[in-house]
Write a protein that binds this ligand. Structure first.
Ligand SMILES: *Cc1c(COP(=O)(O)O)cnc(C)c1O
Length: 372
């Protein structure tokens, strides 16, 4: 059967899963080293406010711990025992409910692959973080979009209708609090109402440290259909090391232990996270500085006539641009070495999102925006 002739006619591409045909590759942002070269500006002069990273980076104690660690040739602990204990103390939930991951992104992907197969669906509430729909489609599921209202709040009644109309096909509901890119907090009564639905609720708290409200991590102890996601990429300033974690009900932990790759979290990320959690004074101090700066950035943006900044509980501010092109603004800023995110899609038409930086970075971006 497998003659040389047949083999030559055979197209290996036909073996790829069908779901991939409909997907587009992630549009990468230009690495800032590349941009620095392109613009002829030293890296130190680039004002990078496009990816919600923490401009202060990790505590000096984190860098010292990474340099002093002697066992990078040894595989990580697959049970992540020490890290899970430290995360438990930080999140206020027993370690039996916590599972670290290679960024919160890995946990999102794991949840999609645990719950979803062809014919299933998720409810997504755009405009929001893009990975939920991406991971769901990759798992073969359909994405039911329930759009946020003009103030970027979720439409609880429409979500309920979408779930009930799906006759059990919707398995996961993705909620984000504070939401990216709007910075909106999800009110307690709405979350309570949505938790009554017969779906798994994935509550993404990537920015919760910056919020003016407390985390819902402990809610997983009372709600069997809730999982809360957190990350070290934003407040803790180690986006490059990739560390997130899921806070899960006990039954879901049992499934995740079967599912997880033994060495999904690397040793450097573990060492850095442990050191970071030992120096919470530093973490709280940088978060406090960024929250103060968020207020200053918001006020300065509000004083610019063509911008309408949204109130934000995260480390970024979304602005509607009127009377000129957000894309042109993004490009003009880029020429000056200032990077922001711009959007031109439904719900985010002609918008820019500016991450909260250091005071001198706020000054640079505000000065440039005023000059237009
Ligand atoms: C940045 C971000 C994440 C990703 O976190 P990683 O831990 O870096 O993978 C998850 N959710 C939201 C809403 C984010 O903005």
């Amino acid at each position: 059967m497998t003659t040389a002739f047949a083999a030559s006619r055979f197209d290996a591409r036909s073996l790829v899963r069908e779901e991939l045909a409909d997907l587009e590759a992630y549009t990468p942002i230009v690495p800032f080293e590349v941009l620095s070269e392109r613009l002829g500006l030293p890296i130190a002069q680039i004002v990078k406010l496009d990816a919600n990273e923490n401009p202060y980076g990790p505590a000096p104690a984190v860098i010292e711990a990474l340099a002093a660690y002697n066992f990078y040739h040894i595989y990580p602990d697959p049970q992540q025992t020490e890290l899970r204990e430290a995360l438990a103390a930080y999140a206020g939930v027993p370690s039996e409910h916590i599972l670290p991951s290679h960024g919160a992104d890995e946990m999102l992907d794991s949840l999609c692959r645990i719950f979803l197969q062809r014919g299933d669906a998720i409810v997504d509430c755009p405009p929001t973080f893009g990975m939920y729909s991406f991971d769901a489609q990759l798992a073969g599921a359909q994405v039911v979009e329930v759009w946020r209202n003009a103030a970027y709040g979720v439409d609880v009644a429409a979500i309920e209708r979408a779930v009930l109309a799906s006759a059990g096909r919707v398995k996961l509901l993705f909620l984000t609090s504070p939401n990216n890119p709007s910075g909106t907090w999800l009110p307690e009564a709405e979350l309570k109402q949505l938790l009554k639905l017969p779906v798994m609720v994935v509550l993404d708290e990537a920015y919760v440290e910056f919020a003016d409200h407390p985390s819902r991590a402990a809610w997983v102890l009372r709600h069997e259909n809730l999982v809360v996601l957190r990350t070290f990429s934003k407040a803790a300033g180690i986006a490059g090391l990739r560390l997130g974690y899921g806070i899960c009900p006990a039954w879901l932990m049992a499934e995740l232990w079967k599912f997880k790759q033994p060495y999904n979290v690397n040793v450097a990320a573990t060492v850095a996270a442990l050191a970071s959690l030992r120096d919470l004074d530093y973490l709280c101090a940088t978060v406090a500085k960024l929250k103060t700066e968020r207020r200053r950035l918001h006020d300065a943006l509000r004083a610019i006539p063509y911008l309408a900044p949204q109130p934000s509980e995260a480390n970024f501010v979304l602005c509607q641009v009127s009377g000129r092109s957000a894309k042109a603004i993004k490009q003009a800023l880029e020429q000056q070495g200032i990077l922001v995110r711009y959007y031109s899609k439904p719900g985010l038409d002609n918008c820019i999102r500016i991450s909260v930086g250091r005071p001198e970075q706020t000054d640079r971006v505000i000065e440039a925006l005023r000059a237009f």
